[in-house]
Design a protein around this ligand. Structure first.
Ligand SMILES: [Zn+2]
Length: 266
């Protein structure tokens, strides 16, 4: 019950989200607290990572796990939700089917006939209206794609959100992604996950995109910092947290050891 007591509105929303499949009570919109211009992070070697900032999950303003990765040759989206662009993607990667990660409306904005979608099993059933090529991946799979290799990583909860119910049970085979670009840059998007033993095998990451919001939905800032200090990416970008809790970014930053760079979100 801890998370319901501490964080009533967001907790209740999440609980509904978990217990009611295909729930129409979850309303996701662009947050009015979002900066008008997208945030761009130059990764070097002609690679740019873009985020659009907060979305509204009912009444909560929430920094999601949505990104666009632009390389010299490819445009790759990960969990596009509330995006502010219609730039077509070569690849769209979806970690799991929760509405803060999967939005058909956003996907349709960035599809061209050649766009390939790579997703976990739970997402596939929601893509019936989409004619594009869809490849399902499960943790441990790897794919050679145009301009990069993709490795699907495990992403699941060890903690329950309510009684025995886990937001992201291992049995769902949700995923995270490690992308190794042809120029050598290696990017890890963890999806929604707790700190799990499989993460310890991850190494040589240039940029890690990690959830830090806690609430038994993902790692909290301490757990995320612990895994960061173990796998030692060059840079880390915290995601998946309520923006009113900016304090946790500070705490996360304090816990991450040098020389790892924490990218702060505006
Ligand atoms: Zn989720």
């Amino acid at each position: 019950m801890k998370f319901v007591m501490n964080n009533t509105s967001f907790g209740l929303v999440c609980l509904i989200l978990l217990t009611v499949q295909n729930c129409t009570m979850i309303k996701i919109n662009v947050s009015e607290k979002r900066n008008s211009s997208p945030q761009k992070i130059e990764m070097g070697k002609g690679v740019t990572l873009t985020t659009w900032g907060a979305i509204r999950v009912n009444k909560s303003h929430f920094f999601p796990s949505s990104f666009q990765l632009k390389t010299e040759n490819e445009i790759i989206y990960i969990d596009p939700v509330g995006i502010n662009t219609t730039e077509k993607g070569d690849y769209i990667l979806i970690t799991h089917s929760h509405p803060d990660h999967f939005s058909l409306e956003d996907i349709e904005k960035i599809l061209k006939p050649e766009t390939e979608i790579i997703c976990s099993q739970g997402v596939k059933g929601k893509l019936k209206k989409v004619d594009n090529k869809v490849q399902v991946v499960k943790p441990g799979d790897s794919l050679q794609l145009n301009g990069f290799t993709l490795e699907a990583t495990a992403a699941y909860n060890t903690k329950s959100v309510f009684l025995w119910i886990k937001a992201h049970p291992k049995s769902k085979e949700n995923v995270g992604f490690i992308l190794t670009l042809s120029n050598g840059l290696k990017i890890y998007h963890a999806g929604d996950t707790d700190f799990i033993p499989e993460m310890r095998k991850i190494s040589n990451i240039d940029l890690a995109l990690l959830p830090i919001g806690g609430d038994n939905l993902t790692m909290n800032e301490q757990e995320a910092a612990q895994i960061v200090n173990e796998i030692q990416p060059t840079k880390v970008f915290p995601m998946h947290f309520e923006i009113k809790e900016k304090e946790i970014i500070k705490q996360f930053k304090n816990l991450v050891k040098e020389p790892i760079e924490v990218i702060e979100i505006e």
